[in-house]
Design a protein around this ligand. Sequence first.
Ligand SMILES: *[C@@H]1O[C@H](CO)[C@@H](O)[C@H](O)[C@H]1NC(C)=O
Ligand SMILES: *[C@@H]1O[C@H](CO)[C@@H](O)[C@H](O)[C@H]1NC(C)=O
Ligand SMILES: *[C@@H]1O[C@H](CO)[C@@H](O)[C@H](O)[C@H]1NC(C)=O
Ligand SMILES: *[C@@H]1O[C@H](CO)[C@@H](O)[C@H](O)[C@H]1NC(C)=O
Ligand SMILES: *[C@@H]1O[C@H](CO)[C@@H](O)[C@H](O)[C@H]1NC(C)=O
Length: 309
Amino acid sequence: MNLFSTLWGPLLAATLGCLFASVEASKDSLTKHAKPTFTFDQLWDLEKTFWDAFLYPANLEQTQGNSSRIFASDVQGRVDITRTFDGDELNREYIFGLFSDPEHVSLVGVPIAYNITQFAANDNIASATTVVTFNATTFGVLIPVTIDTWIEFNPDGKIAQYDAVFRWFEYLVDFLIGGVATKINATSPDQAVAYVADLLANTICETHEQYCTGSNQQYTDTTACYDFLTKTARFGKSYELGRNTLLCREVHEHMVQYRPEIHCAHIGPGGGGYCVDDMSYGQTVLQRYFNDSWIPFGYGTDQNLWLAN
Ligand SMILES: *[C@@H]1O[C@H](CO)[C@@H](O)[C@H](O)[C@H]1NC(C)=O
Ligand SMILES: *[C@@H]1O[C@H](CO)[C@@H](O)[C@H](O)[C@H]1NC(C)=O
Ligand SMILES: *[C@@H]1O[C@H](CO)[C@@H](O)[C@H](O)[C@H]1NC(C)=O
Ligand SMILES: *[C@@H]1O[C@H](CO)[C@@H](O)[C@H](O)[C@H]1NC(C)=O
Ligand SMILES: *[C@@H]1O[C@H](CO)[C@@H](O)[C@H](O)[C@H]1NC(C)=O
């Protein structure tokens, strides 16, 4: 990746998108947005544009300013191990801000390289598998993370919807914990989990102390914060990064700096609607979330239970 493609690739691709995408009126009532038709080349470029922007330090740019070249203002996003995220600002904080500080304690660190290993695309929808190398600075390892994505682009080449799945994520968490166990000579996996919990809780509580003041304060003091995160909240399974867990608060902790008034509640005891046990397995799997169909050419409109309306 060179500097040119980092800075100008996204702009160029977005411009190309505007010029060449032919927009047709919605074919069916289930399609809520204008549905552009891109060529395979354009969709490949748009896909690469996203992943180039995702890499550190290019991702820093996306956390600044007040609107993005990457996401539509009303973007809808879902990540299987967390939950759904609406709107450009939240998604920039989440998709880019979460992975942009190598000095800060985090699970996977910063993304530094990627390979797209599978790719198919039609209309304005691309499905890809991307193996991203993360520099997991907290754990001192380079770690490959496999992310399966479906992305829908709007006529400007911005992301209107995305649906992401972290493949082998449970294996990844176990690998990281295993590395810690070796490093600290743990006699049981639980001991390594407790070590990581201590590290994450201290980090979250420091962030709380620094940013969550006044009406944004969630815990009476650092002890109350630490006790809640290590004793009351459970550590969290690999699919529980959007539930009432320590791992969920570790995710949201990174976003607190951007908008304390929004994100402090997410690291607090109440979970602010994000770190909460509000959905069952069935509700999660059957959630009618997306406004636009993920099946190109208007196919399958009679039977798509993931569509909101
Ligand atoms: C966003 O940035 C643009 C360009 O810098 C500016 O014109 C606009 O007023 C800003 N909007 C908000 C809500 O800050
Ligand atoms: C999705 O559809 C609902 C209901 O029509 C609407 O309120 C919402 O704004 C739509 N969201 C997006 C991102 O288009
Ligand atoms: C992807 O491929 C490039 C070029 O072969 C390589 O330099 C890079 O490290 C690879 N990235 C990953 C995530 O393996
Ligand atoms: C990973 O991060 C560490 C700490 O910032 C840095 O020293 C190292 O060079 C990075 N590794 C790569 C391959 O970027
Ligand atoms: C783990 O054990 C090794 C070998 O016995 C020892 O050198 C190392 O200091 C121990 N590490 C910790 C963190 O106790």
